[in-house]
Design a protein around this ligand. Structure first.
Ligand SMILES: Nc1ncnc2c1ncn2[C@@H]1O[C@H](COP(=O)(O)OP(=O)(O)O)[C@@H](O)[C@H]1O
Ligand SMILES: [Mg+2]
Length: 269
């Protein structure tokens, strides 16, 4: 069964999930990890975020996803201002992120990991489970079916009963994607989905991103693998030392001398 995200998107504008970063700054002990970051991840598109280590990419993700407050600036998801909102509020606005290093619940199975995504489930409310057991049971069944469909979509059915701590790093990245999809997001932030993933599995991840994007999900992706960025992204934003140094079409960005300089001090990419 394929994942059907359509019903969840039907109430939304055709193009949703635009993420606007406006002059965002954040310092750690005086070090400006984010020093006035401006860019937009366009609705319905795949935007790449690249830059050398320490550029501030992960810090930006933390700020967007509600894991970190900002010192100044604004972050908007469509019409909602989300900067300095707690993670669960950002999550309920339809934005989810994955981590550079996957963080599955290692002692839960792959399927349980997918099912254990916070949602406004009736079963979580004490009185509802007492008063309306049939409704709760129906909801749990629906949740299981949804998790199964998403796990299958992510190519994880064969390992769905294995502990998430026992599968490969690449498969754990797919578990993170599955968990993200359980939230019916309009925007997904992926932090280095290709890191430590074997080439065959990387192809699978690329394919899934393309398919999800075709269904309307907006992506912002941090990735060092240039082939990955070139083949996938509509636009690439380049950060260095807490600032955006350029943005544009992948071909133009990769050929930009400022980008080459930022990465390698002048050597070609
Ligand atoms: N929680 C933190 N405390 C102190 N410094 C941090 C913290 N998070 C990030 N930094 C610093 O912010 C800068 C940007 O880091 P990061 O966002 O991880 O870069 P990137 O993901 O682009 O490699 C680095 O200098 C890093 O050491
Ligand atoms: Mg990082």
């Amino acid at each position: 069964m394929a994942v059907d995200t359509e019903p969840h998107r039907s109430g939304r504008a055709t193009s949703a999930g635009e993420l606007k970063i406006k002059n965002v700054a954040r310092a750690f002990s005086g070090i400006k990890a984010l020093d006035g970051v401006n860019f937009t991840a366009d609705a319905g598109k795949i935007t790449g975020l690249i830059g050398p280590n320490g550029a501030g990419k992960t810090t930006l993700f933390n700020a967007v996803a509600g894991d970190l407050s900002v010192d100044s600036g604004e972050i908007h998801l469509d019409d909602t201002r989300i900067d300095s909102k707690p993670t669960y509020e950002v999550f309920h606005q339809g934005l989810v992120r994955t981590f550079q290093i996957p963080r599955p619940f290692a002692r839960m199975t792959v399927l349980e990991n997918a099912m254990f995504v916070p949602a406004s489930q009736q079963g979580e409310k004490f009185w509802n489970s007492w008063l309306r057991p049939a409704k709760v049971a129906a909801q749990e069944k629906a949740n299981l079916e949804k998790a199964r469909a998403i796990v299958e979509f992510c190519g994880l059915s064969k390992v769905e009963k294995q502990l998430a701590g026992s599968i490969s790093g690449g498969q754990q990245k797919l578990v993170e994607l599955a968990r993200a999809l359980m939230a019916d997001p309009k925007t997904i932030l992926l932090d280095e989905p290709g890191a430590g993933v074997n080439p065959a599995l990387l192809d699978v991840i690329v394919e899934k991103i393309v398919e999800l994007n075709k269904r309307g999900i907006t992506f912002l992706i941090i990735e060092h693998n240039i082939d990955f960025i070139m083949s996938l992204c509509d636009k690439v934003v380049v950060m260095a030392a807490g600032r955006v140094i350029t943005e544009g079409a992948p071909d133009d960005v990769i050929a930009n001398p400022a980008v080459i300089e930022a990465y390698l001090g002048g050597a070609p990419l």
